[in-house]
Design a protein around this ligand. Structure first.
Ligand code: NAG
Ligand code: NAG
Length: 142
């Protein structure tokens, strides 16, 4: 039994554990999470590249569902809130034409903050793809 199974994110932050990102996702106890991206587009100009995509996360026993649109640029230094503020995204260029896309879902589960993070690499012209959730914090703590 791992501490991460039960501690809300706020507490993990206090302990300085979140930034370590070495806490493994729960191996069992919650269904494997996958988010579905559609209409992914990027458009580049000399000033940087803009991105836009829709992302849908189906509600599970331990995580609320969402369906929202994210947009921003590759010059942003941190996650940027999507239309649904509980969802945030950041994309970074990998070897052309590959993009690294990271999405964070943060919600208040009643006993503190819960967070899931997923990331994947896709080529610029892939409109539809899935993002596997690879990190969970405080999920299932309530
Ligand atoms: C998500 O929202 C988009 C745009 O509002 C809609 O077209 C799509 O059907 C929704 N998807 C789901 C699974 O609800
Ligand atoms: C994306 O590609 C980079 C470089 O090849 C690799 O280091 C990284 O692990 C990949 N990330 C994912 C989520 O596949």
């Amino acid at each position: 039994m791992h501490l991460s199974d039960f501690l809300p994110v706020a507490l993990l932050s206090t302990l300085g554990l979140v930034s370590a990102s070495a806490i493994p996702a729960r191996a069992n106890g919650s269904p494997a999470l996958t988010w579905h991206v559609s209409d992914f587009t990027t458009g580049c100009s000399p000033g940087g590249c803009a991105y836009k995509f829709n992302i849908n996360g189906v509600e599970t026993q331990n995580t609320p569902g969402f369906n929202t649109t994210c947009s921003g640029t590759d010059t942003q230094k941190d996650y940027k809130a999507c239309d649904d503020k509980q969802v945030q995204a950041i994309i970074k260029p990998e070897t052309y034409p590959m993009w690294n896309i990271q999405v964070k879902h943060v919600w208040d589960g009643g006993v503190g903050e819960h967070m899931t993070i997923g990331k994947t690499n896709v080529t610029a012209n892939t409109a539809k793809f899935d993002i596997p959730v690879s990190q969970e914090y405080g999920v299932g703590a309530n």
